[in-house]
Every structure is written in structure tokens, then in C-alpha cells.
Write a protein that binds this ligand. Structure first.
Ligand code: G1P
Ligand code: ZN
Length: 544
């Protein structure tokens, strides 16, 4: 075996987005494409000697090939130990847990999250640091700079490692351990939640639940936790085998893509509790009997009820939410006398706050909720939190949430996505909005008057770093808010996201359909921004 130095050429566009580098599989299959990015990571975090690296992914097409390359490159770059998930599998939150538990230098996670997989689908790669969290912008910027000047990479000339067999191997002085991807993570969950009480609920012969793993990474995690440790009936986990193309589905846990689950929670004889997670296991959708739980409400209700959960019984230090997320959590923070931070979109912005102990819970409207137990959002964790809460409060999910609205008022929220729109037109729309910002206050649209408008920027309270242009916010005089931003995770054209939220505390108006409750705000948004005109679309592709 020998280390080979391979000459390479720069690939344009290896700039990490909201969550790592995400491209079409075909792009990643270009000779040297993956290698360049991996070498750029290693160059940025060098020296690698003597350190441990965690490697795993969501099991999508190209996962195994990529892992073999990373193993050989990590060995050539001097890592002393690699922890690799069996079968190449590690959910994003489990990778975060393992990095922390084994004091690794970091981890490489292969995933394009909720984007479709398969030969014509998407692939992705991200680096998480020694706190288990996504690399901060300073680091992703350095990685990008490396990709612009790279001219060679190092790789060990060796055979493939058997990823399916648990055990230890040695490659040129690097210890390679193929580890159980589930065990450490399941133990962490058992330390936070009241498994006894949840087991009693799941085995009482009345409570019926379903977990939809969407043929993505959470299947093995859900089977171990729900069916083995918590005693739920076999078959509670559906679509539980990770497939390279997610069974042709779109592993995004929302009401559109998780329709099989949605049907089980509605109609005749609905189940009591349903949940789904995404491609890499960091997102969650939670449903009650005939009840859809908005992720913004989820964060707020969790914060208001944290004292019922063993891992949080001593109280929470603070909360953070991404800017487009509704302000429901802010109301809880106020009542608890703690701070609620507003950060740009993307989990990486929670890292410093979590590390500094400023926050315990955090969340995003995009089906992401989490806590300081790891440094990623965590789908299974959120589902277990809710199950634990239902078990303790002995109330259906819908009732818990409705009681919350009665107490705090309801922040109606919805997000409209316009996918694969013309990139230039989308950029023009945002540019035009930015240009209009100073003139918007005082103007009226659809009968609503604009109070203020800005382009969100954020100064990290811990390290002082600044992040600008994070989304145009328009605040109306009725308390409503509209946010416009372009996605940083798409791989085709541009995705325009428009977020609407509006507070309501009239007890007779708490049970409306959000699309109706927010209709005037939607009209106003189109009039201000010209959504239909710029996108050429009459209506959004996805509504969440
Ligand atoms: C999307 C979500 C964002 C989330 C990210 C990674 O990013 O909106 O909240 O952190 O995926 O899961 P976007 O495509 O909007 O940039
Ligand atoms: Zn994800």
C-alpha cells in the first residue's frame, strides 16, 4: 500500500450552501470532483494526524462509493482513527452524537437531506466539526477557498473496506472501525426521555402510532427505538429499509410527500400519533389524530412543556429560532423569562449559542427541531419528545397544542415554495425588493399598511461574526409578516420561499385553516413582490 499524490484541476462552484455541498449525482461522479472537495476539507482542518474522523451517510445512491474514497483519502491524510457507520449508514444527528461521544476531530456526512436520490438525483457532502455541528461559515468559506486553488489530492492505493461487517481494520496505520450506527444514538435518547412511561403508552393496547422512515436513513433507528426498546408493535415503522433511491419517493417529511402517513392519521379510524423523518434523519413531521403540527408550534409547545421531560426537567437556558420561523416561541420565552434568539436560516447558526450554553432548544420552520444533546436538528428526538409529552400529560397531541393556543394565542404560519424557477428572474425579484426597502414603510397593499421592511442580517452574539442578506422581511400594521428568500439547498434553478405568519388571540378565531387565515397577507405579498409575474407561476409548488 502506498500514498498516491494525484494531480487535479479546480472545479467551479464547490461553494457549500445552507447545508454543505449539494449537487446532482452526475456532478459528483466526475473524476476528481468528490476528491477535490474532501481534500479541501482536510487541507482546511489540517493537521489530521492523530485525530479521529467519523464517516457515514444517508444511504443514498453513490454513498458507498464516496465512503470508500473518503476512507482511502483520510488514511492518506494521516487520520489515526476512522469511525464508519455499518453499511455506510449514519443519520445526521447520530453522526453528531458519535463525533461528540468519541471526541472526534469532526465528521464527514454524505447526504442531500430531503432531496431525491438515485442516479439522476442529488448527492451531498458536509463537514461537521468537533462539537458535532455543521461547520460555521468561516470554515465553509475556507474550504471553498481551498477548492479554488487545489492542484492535487492524497489517496491510499488500497482495496475497498467491507462496510457491512462490524469490526476493525487497519489501513496504512489508520484504524478503521465499522460501528453500529444506532447504538450510541439510541442510548443517548434513552438518557433524555422516560422510556418506561412511553413503553407503557405504546403497549396499552389502545394507543396506535406509525413512524414513516420514507425508505431513508431513520428506518434502523426507528425500529430499534420504537419496536425494540419501546415495545411498539412490529410494523409500527413503515418504509423502514433505507433504499438508494428512497423507493423513488421524495424523502421530505411534509404533508405532500408523506401522504401515506397522512392518510393513516385521517379518515375512518385514524391513528393517535404519526411521525416521519427525512433522508438523513434530521427533520421531523409530527401528526396527531386528524391534526397537523406546524414545526413553529412544535418548538413553542416543547419549550412551554420542557419541564415534563426528564432531560430538560431542570429548565431551559434559552431558545433560538431561525428568522423565518414564526414568533410563537418568542411568546413562550417571554413568559419563562428567558431569551429567544433569532438567527439566519440553517442549523450552523445555532452552534455557537448551544456551545455557549445560551440555549437549550432550537428550531426552524422547515421541520427542524433540536436541543443541546447534539449539534444538529434531530428528527427522532423531536418525535420522542412529543411521545414522552403525550405519555406524561395523558392528552392527545391536538389537545396539547390547542390548549397552548388558548394560553398564548396562535401564530398562524405557512410557507410557499416555488421550485426550479428561472434563477435570473428569481434573483431579479429579490433585487427589486431590496431596492424598494427604504420606500416601503407607509405604503398599502391589499388593505394592509407596511410598518417596516429590511433585509435580515445577524451578528453572532458569541463570536461577533456578521451574516447579511438573509431574507427580505416585511412587517405589516396588523402584526403580519412576510419573508422572501431564495433557497440555498436546491440543485435546479432557484427555489423561492415565501413565509407568512400572523398572530391571533381571539379565542373564536384559533381554529382556522392557515391558508385562509393568511390569505390577505398572501395578496399583499404578491402585490409587493410580483411573485406571479416573476416566477411565471399562478401558485406555489409546495405549501407547508
Ligand atoms: C432548507 C431549510 C432550512 C434548513 C436547510 C437544511 O434550506 O429552509 O431551514 O436548515 O434546508 O435542512 P434552504 O433550502 O431554505 O436554504
Ligand atoms: Zn435533512
Amino acid at each position: 500500500m502506498a500514498i498516491k499524490t494525484i494531480s487535479t484541476q479546480v472545479f467551479e462552484g464547490q461553494k457549500p450552501g445552507t447545508s454543505g455541498l449539494r449537487k446532482k449525482v452526475k456532478e459528483f461522479q466526475r473524476s476528481g470532483y468528490l476528491e477535490n472537495f474532501v481534500q479541501a476539507i482536510f487541507n482546511t482542518i489540517a493537521p489530521c494526524d492523530g485525530h479521529t474522523l467519523v464517516v457515514g451517510g444517508d444511504g443514498r445512491f453513490f454513498n458507498r462509493e464516496a465512503i470508500q474514497v473518503i476512507i482511502r483519502m483520510a488514511a492518506a491524510n494521516g487520520f489515526s482513527r476512522l469511525l464508519v457507520g455499518q453499511g455506510g449508514i449514519l443519520s445526521t444527528p447520530a453522526a453528531s452524537c458519535i463525533i461528540r461521544k468519541h471526541q472526534a476531530r469532526g465528521g464527514i456526512i454524505l447526504s442531500a437531506s430531503h432531496n431525491p436520490g438515485g442516479p439522476d438525483g442529488d448527492f451531498g457532502i458536509k463537514f461537521n466539526g468537533d462539537n458535532g455541528g455543521p461547520a460555521p461559515e468561516s470554515l465553509t468559506d475556507s474550504i471553498y477557498q481551498q477548492t479554488l486553488s487545489i492542484d492535487h489530492y492524497l489517496i491510499e492505493d488500497a482495496e475497498d473496506v467491507n462496510l457491512d461487517q462490524l469490526g476493525a481494520y487497519s489501513l496504512a496505520g489508520t484504524a478503521i472501525e465499522i460501528i453500529d450506527p444506532v447504538a450510541d444514538y439510541a442510548d443517548l435518547m434513552a438518557s433524555l426521555f422516560d422510556f418506561e412511561r412511553m413503553k407503557a403508552l405504546l403497549t396499552n393496547g389502545k394507543f396506535r402510532m406509525c413512524f414513516d422512515a420514507m425508505h431513508a436513513v431513520t428506518g434502523p433507528y426507528a425500529k430499534e427505538i420504537f419496536e425494540r426498546r419501546l415495545g411498539a408493535a412490529e410494523g409500527t415503522v413503515i418504509n423502514g429499509v433505507p433504499l438508494e433511491d428512497f423507493g423513488g419517493g421524495h424523502p421530505d417529511p411534509n404533508q405532500v410527500h408523506a401522504h401515506e402517513l397522512v392518510a393513516l392519521l385521517n379518515g375512518d379510524n385514524p391513528m393517535d400519533f404519526g411521525a416521519a423523518s427525512d433522508g438523513d434523519g434530521d427533520r421531523n413531521m409530527v401528526l396527531g389524530k386528524g391534526f397537523y403540527l406546524n414545526p413553529c408550534d412544535s418548538l413553542a409547545v416543547m419549550a412551554a412543556n420542557a419541564q415534563y421531560i426528564p432531560g430538560y426537567a431542570e429548565g431551559i437556558a434559552g431558545i433560538a429560532r431561525s428568522m423565518p420561523t414564526s414568533r410563537a416561541a418568542d411568546r413562550v420565552a417571554k413568559k419563562l423569562g428567558i431569551h429567544c434568539y433569532e438567527t439566519p436560516t440553517g442549523w450552523k447558526f445555532f452552534g455557537n449559542l448551544l456551545d455557549a450554553g445560551k440555549i437549550t432548544l432550537c428550531g426552524e420552520e422547515s421541520f427542524g427541531t433540536g436541543s443541546d444533546h447534539v449539534r444538529e436538528k434531530d428528527g427522532m428526538w423531536a418525535v420522542l419528545f412529543w411521545l414522552n409529552l403525550i405519555a406524561v400529560r395523558n392528552q392527545p397531541l391536538g389537545e396539547i397544542v390547542k390548549n397552548h393556543w388558548t394560553r398564548y394565542g396562535r401564530d398562524y404560519f405557512t410557507r410557499h415554495d416555488y421550485e426550479a424557477v428561472n434563477s435570473e428572474r428569481a434573483a431579479d425579484m429579490i433585487e427589486r425588493l431590496r431596492g424598494q426597502l427604504p420606500d416601503l414603510p407607509g405604503r398599502e397593499f391589499a388593505g394592509l399598511c407596511i410598518e417596516s421592511a429590511d433585509d435580515f442580517s445577524y451578528t453572532d452574539p458569541i463570536d461577533g461574526s456578521e451574516t447579511c442578506n438573509q431574507g427580505v422581511r416585511i412587517f405589516f400594521d396588523n402584526g403580519g409578516r412576510v419573508v422572501f428568500r431564495l433557497s440555498g439547498t436546491g440543485t435546479e434553478g432557484a427555489t423561492l420561499r415565501v413565509y407568512f405568519d400572523q398572530y391571533q388571540n381571539d379565542p373564536t378565531l384559533l381554529g382556522q385553516d392557515p391558508q385562509k387565515a393568511l390569505a390577505t397577507l398572501m395578496d399583499a405579498a404578491d402585490q409587493v413582490a410580483g411573485i406571479i409575474e416573476y416566477t411565471g407561476r399562478e401558485k406555489p409548488d409546495v405549501i407547508t
